[in-house]
Structures are given as C-alpha cells and as structure tokens.
Design a protein around this ligand. Structure first.
Ligand code: BTN
Length: 272
C-alpha cells in the first residue's frame, strides 16, 4: 500500500497528519481493498458510525458510478473515498449536496496542484474536457428520524493514459496526465475533505447562494449546447443557460419558441 514514486506515503496516518478539519475525518479508515467505499460507508452508517466518518480504499472491486455504471478502481494511483453525513442541511438544500461536494473537489485540486478543474453538471470533475473524477451521493432514511447521506468521491490521480481501459482513454484523464508529474494522494485527500467541510458548512448556514454562485463559476456546462439524457428513452437538447438556486440545470430547449426548462437530474453530454 502507498508505494510512493514521489516519496509521499499514502497511509491513514499520513492523511490524518494533513487533515485540518473539525467534523470530517475524526474517524478515518484506509482499507486495502473493498467492493465499494460507498457500500461500506452505508453499512457502517447503519451500524451507527458517526457523522464525518471517512472510508478510503486503495482499490475497489465493484466501484460504482452514477446511473448504474462501474467506476474503474485499480490499486495504487487514485483516490476512492466516501464520507458519512448525518448532520444534514434543511430538506430544500439536500439537492445541493452533490454540487457543493463537486465544488469542494475542484477547489481542492486548484489549491493543491494549481490545475483549474472544471465541473460538468451535476458532479463530474473535468480537466481539459476529460473526466478527472466523479461523485456518487446516496441517501438512506431521508425524511425519517435518522437520515444519512454518503458522499462518494473517485479521483484519478497518478494513473497514466495507457492505464485506462481502452473505452475510457479518449474521455478520462488523471492529475498526473494533466500536470506531467505525480501528486501526493494524502495531501490531495486531506485538502478535499477540508474543502468539503467548508462547502457543507456554507450550505447548512447562510452560504447556499454563495455555493451555487461559485459552482456556476466552475461549471463547464454553462454556455454549451448539450444533450441531457433523462432516462434510457427520454432526452432533451438545448443550451445550458444557468443553475437554479436549488441546483437544477436551466436549459433553453432547441425547439421553435425555445422554452426554458429546469432539469433536476440527468446525464449531460456536451455537444460540439
Ligand atoms: C460517476 O461519475 O459516475 C460517479 C463516480 C463515483 C465513484 C466513487 S469512487 C468512491 C465511491 N465508491 C463508489 O463505489 N463510487 C464512489
């Protein structure tokens, strides 16, 4: 675990030593291999794990992406982590958790590496138009006495282009590919968790508008012609105009009269 080509150790102690959080990561475990950190975190939450518990894995054997996709999760190069949230913002702000979390990842990347990471709505992290990372937020017991949200983050850190399966090579990238050098994963993870704590704090307090505004500034989708898949059968095409205060994508449809619609969930393709 942690084979450091750049001299940087990837251990739970190395991560904790660089954490500057109060809430997130008081409990943090680094597992050598797990099916999915999201699944593991949700199981721990059902057993009573505290708010802010972080599950990190060197590799995932069944890493999950959005919309039932798999997440490529080999050992040694990347970050796979999930954070248990029990102290949730008010109900109307829950849809902003994925956006705030993606914003936190982009801010951490910029802070640690200087790379101006962008976001594809709702929560893909991009560099140079390719996918650097993604988030999968899952909830349980929402609307009941003891709700929990798990924020799962996958970030391609030190992999080479050849290390991606062929079908991902044209659309995925890593920090090392973009920067031309390896990045300290422990420092990157600690920064991500710090930014996550801040963004979620803003969301819970009076800063939701500021989170949405900052998200808009990082969002590569806005101004683009896009196709939004709503299901296997339904899709919309139009121009991505803005993000609503509740996190929806505001889309100007490509039809006579060009209605503007609010898209709450979907899979976006940036059309050229
Ligand atoms: C996506 O872009 O489709 C979301 C990818 C989310 C991947 C991360 S890796 C850590 C956590 N555990 C999982 O099984 N998935 C998320």
């Amino acid at each position: 675990m942690g084979a450091p080509a750049n001299g940087a150790l990837f251990t739970a102690d190395a991560i904790k030593a660089q954490l500057r959080t109060g809430r997130i990561g008081r409990q943090l475990m680094l597992l050598p291999s797990v099916g999915s950190t999201n699944q593991e975190a949700m199981a721990l939450a059902q057993q009573g794990a505290e708010d802010g518990t972080v599950v990190v894995a060197e590799r995932q054997t069944a890493g999950r992406g959005r919309l039932g996709r798999q997440w490529h999760s080999p050992a040694g190069d990347n970050l796979y982590c999930s954070v248990i949230l029990r102290h949730l913002p008010d109900k109307e702000k829950l849809p902003l958790i994925p956006l705030a979390s993606a914003l936190a990842v982009a801010r951490a990347i910029q802070r640690v590496t200087g790379l101006p990471a962008k976001l594809k709505w709702p929560n893909d992290v991009l560099a140079g138009g390719r996918k650097l990372g993604g988030l999968l937020c899952e909830g349980a017991g929402i609307g009941h006495a003891d709700p929990v949200v798990v924020v799962g983050i996958g970030l391609n850190v030190n992999g080479s282009r050849d290390g991606f399966p062929e079908e991902l090579r044209g659309i995925a990238t890593s920090l090392a590919v973009e920067l031309g050098h390896r990045v300290d994963r422990a420092a990157m993870l600690a920064a991500m968790l710090g930014e996550l704590e801040q963004a979620l704090g803003s969301l819970a307090g009076a800063g939701a508008d500021e989170v949405v505004q900052s998200y808009i500034e990082h969002c590569a989708t806005l101004g683009q012609r896009v196709k939004v898949s709503l299901s296997d059968r339904d899709s919309l095409e139009g121009w991505a105009e803005s993000i609503a205060p509740d996190g929806s994508l505001l889309l100007r449809l490509e039809e006579p009269g060009g209605r503007r619609v609010e898209v709450r969930a979907g899979d976006v393709l940036h059309l050229r």
